[in-house]
Design a protein around this ligand. Structure first.
Ligand code: 5GP
Length: 143
C-alpha cells in the first residue's frame, strides 16, 4: 500500500534501476532525470520519466525536481509521438495506491494515443524485450 507521506523505500524497483542494480531500456538521462521504456506498456511507446531525487509522490518532489521531470517529459513526448506516428499523447502520474500507483518512486507516464485505440491494462502484460528494444532505438533516434 502506497500512502501520501510514506517514507522513501530505497529497495523499490526504480531506486534499483537508478543505482544500476536492475536493468532498464534507457531512452534519456541527464543530471536530474532518467527516462526508460515501461516493460508492461499500455500502448506502443509507453515510457516513463523519473526524477533522480528520492520522492514517493508529487508532493515529495522539490520544485526543481518537478521542473526537471516536466522538461524531460516534454523532450521525450515529442520523440515518442514521432517514433510511433501518434497524433496525440497523454501524460499521467498516479499518487498513492488510492490513485492506482504501484511503484513508490515518483514517475510520469508518457502514453501515445491514436484514434479508436484504447489503452491496455495498467501494469499487467509484459512486452517482449526485443520489441521494446527496437522501439527504444526509434525513440532515441527521434530525440
Ligand atoms: P504506477 O502504477 O506506479 O503509476 O506505474 C508503474 C509503472 O511501472 C507501470 O506502468 C509498470 O508497467 C511499470 N513497471 C513496473 N515494474 C517495472 C520494471 O521493473 N521496469 C520498468 N521499466 N517498468 C516497470
Amino acid at each position: 500500500m502506497i500512502k501520501l507521506g510514506d517514507a522513501y523505500d530505497e529497495q523499490n524497483i526504480f531506486a534499483k534501476i537508478l543505482r544500476g542494480d536492475m536493468p532498464c531500456i534507457k531512452l534519456y538521462e541527464d543530471a536530474h532525470t532518467l527516462a526508460f521504456m515501461d516493460i508492461m506498456p499500455q500502448v506502443e511507446g509507453h515510457c516513463l520519466v523519473i526524477p533522480k531525487q528520492p520522492a514517493v509522490t508529487f508532493l515529495d518532489l522539490s520544485d526543481e525536481g518537478a521542473a526537471a521531470v516536466m522538461a524531460t517529459a516534454k523532450k521525450l513526448a515529442a520523440a515518442v509521438i514521432k517514433a510511433v506516428d501518434a497524433p496525440g499523447f497523454m501524460l499521467a502520474q498516479l499518487n498513492s495506491s488510492y490513485a492506482g500507483q504501484t511503484v513508490p518512486h515518483y514517475h510520469m507516464h508518457i502514453l501515445p494515443r491514436h484514434e479508436g485505440l484504447e489503452l491496455g491494462f495498467h501494469a499487467r502484460d509484459p512486452e517482449d524485450m526485443a520489441v521494446l528494444g527496437a522501439l527504444a532505438e526509434k525513440i532515441r533516434a527521434a530525440l
